[in-house]
Ligand binder design. Structure first.
Ligand code: ADP
Ligand code: MG
Length: 315
């Protein structure tokens, strides 16, 4: 498909036919989407932008995977509150030089993850860009009123926990930036980088577990993200570096290229795992790793390392 031939409304028409709204909801087609409100629920809304050059390189990332990831990073914000999916909005500015078929592939990736997690695409905006591609996704979720988990409720004595493994996405980025050999470890890390799996079910389970106090998703690395929980909650934290969960693929990859695995696991970012705190007697029925404890004070102490790790900084 050539963008210049089908134009803005042709493209919107194609998107509309591949993304029907669910029963009872009006999605693409009018000035606004119309979403009935349910009594006793609170709405969760978040928006995230991906800029060519800053978040991805058009030559490096396949369109399908960029479509997947654009949605994934937003769904992860709903997961981080423990919410249920409602829908998403997709605004993009498309440069004229995009290869033919690029937008279809992007939408295929966006559609596959949206169906997988149950987020219908309910609207958006489509413009041309004089220069670079930019993508902005807004996501809507909901939770029973009072259930969603904040960053600000961590308590002294809480365990600090994460789902999954940390640092894989940073390893995948290293594969791209340093043109590493694409062996099976590199492919595993690349998949985690390009196609993160938002922890929706885990987030919902945690929000329904007695004693889970604070939660957020790991987008900039725990060195940065845990500080957000500390600041919002007015507490300190100790992380036991040796207990950080890392994948076997990342261990081998870091060994092969002499990389500091703890630097990747603490500061790499884009893992989209859940970072949460809970009282020691809480029993969430999901897989997670205890990585430290919430302390009295303001310090973030890396127990077992002489380094002071920091997260990804955009500026
Ligand atoms: P408006 O002039 O009100 O902004 P548009 O012509 O831009 O309307 O959009 C028409 C419809 O198509 C609206 O429902 C809008 O939400 C939807 N839409 C536009 N672009 C996209 C997109 N990239 N993805 C999903 N829906 C879109
Ligand atoms: Mg518009």
């Amino acid at each position: 498909m050539k963008l210049s031939e089908i134009g803005e409304f042709g493209l919107i028409g194609q998107i509309r036919s591949s993304f029907p709204a669910p029963e009872g909801v009006e999605g693409i087609g009018d000035d606004c989407a119309v979403i009935p409100q349910q009594a006793g629920m609170e709405m969760l809304v978040s928006t995230d932008m991906l800029m060519e050059g800053a978040h991805f390189l058009l030559e490096d990332v396949p369109a399908y995977k960029l479509g997947w990831k654009s949605a994934a990073v937003n769904f992860s914000d709903i997961a981080a509150m423990g919410g249920d999916p409602v829908g998403s909005f997709l605004a993009f500015a498309l440069p004229k030089c995009l290869p033919d078929g690029w937008v279809e592939e992007f939408m295929r990736g966006y559609g596959d993850i949206s169906r997988h997690y149950g987020f219908p695409l309910l609207g958006g905006d489509t413009t041309s860009s004089p220069d670079r591609l930019s993508i902005c996704v807004t996501v809507l979720g909901q939770a029973p009123r009072g259930r969603s988990l904040r960053r600000s409720k961590a308590q002294v004595g809480d365990l600090v926990c994460v789902t999954g493994t940390l640092g894989d996405s940073a390893g995948g980025l290293d594969v791209v930036l340093n043109s590493r050999e694409r062996d099976s470890d590199a492919e595993h890390l690349l998949a985690r980088h390009y196609m993160p799996s938002p922890r929706m079910a885990e987030g919902q389970a945690l929000a329904s577990t007695e004693g889970v106090h604070a939660m957020m998703d790991v987008s900039d690395g725990i060195a940065s993200d845990l500080r957000h929980i500390m600041e919002e909650s007015g507490v300190g934290a100790r992380v036991d570096v040796a207990s950080l969960p890392v994948s076997d693929a990342l261990i081998r990859f870091c060994g092969r290229y002499g990389l500091d695995i703890f630097r990747l696991a603490t500061g790499g970012g884009e893992d989209y795992e859940l970072l949460f705190t809970m009282s020691p007697d809480a029993k969430p029925g999901i897989d997670y790793t205890i990585i430290g404890e919430i302390t009295d004070g303001i310090e973030l102490v890396w127990n077992g390392s002489e380094h002071d790790y920091s997260g990804f900084r955009h500026f």
